[in-house]
Design a binder for this molecule. Structure first.
Ligand code: C2G
Length: 130
């Protein structure tokens, strides 16, 4: 049984998020998703997510591809999370390419191609302009 783990904010949920979650799940038998806390997002992106962490966890946890979710409190805790959740494969979008290669000694690290032409930032801009 292969355990796959992935991380993300998944704010303003869109098809790019579904695609990576679906593909991550297809690489193994059990998918764990670490969802960035509101606080972590503010430190990473300089703004609070549109959807709260409770709502983002509820949305991601309701997907049929997702077996388990948890709150990712810090980028520095990645190694602890990989060990705690017994991950065999870490999946990230290719915007993170190379950034997590050093975890190769703990688990397999895979970067999947991002879905083109859709992003949370762009969706916020489109919504604002209407
Ligand atoms: N994604 C994608 N295609 C898009 C947009 C996003 O495949 N068009 C992927 C990203 O590559 C990422 C996941 O969806 O793997 C979640 O995206 P974000 O919410 O932007 O994640 P991010 O804030 O980069 O968080 O510890 C790592 C971070 O928590 C990753």
């Amino acid at each position: 049984m292969k355990r796959v783990i992935t991380f993300g904010t998944f704010d303003v949920f869109h098809v790019g998020h579904v695609n990576i979650i679906e593909r991550a799940r297809s690489l193994g038998d059990y998918l764990i998703v670490g969802i960035s806390s509101d606080k972590l997002n503010i430190s990473k992106k300089g703004r609070a997510p549109i959807y709260s962490e409770q709502d983002r966890i509820k949305i991601i946890g309701s997907l049929k591809f997702v077996d388990e979710t948890f709150l990712e409190e810090s980028l520095e805790l990645k190694e602890e999370y990989l060990k705690k959740y017994n991950a065999d494969i870490l999946v990230m979008g290719d915007d993170w390419k190379g950034k997590f290669d050093h975890f190769n000694s703990i688990c397999e690290v895979k970067y999947l191609e991002r879905t083109p032409s859709v992003s949370t930032t762009e969706l916020i801009e489109i919504a604002k302009s209407r």
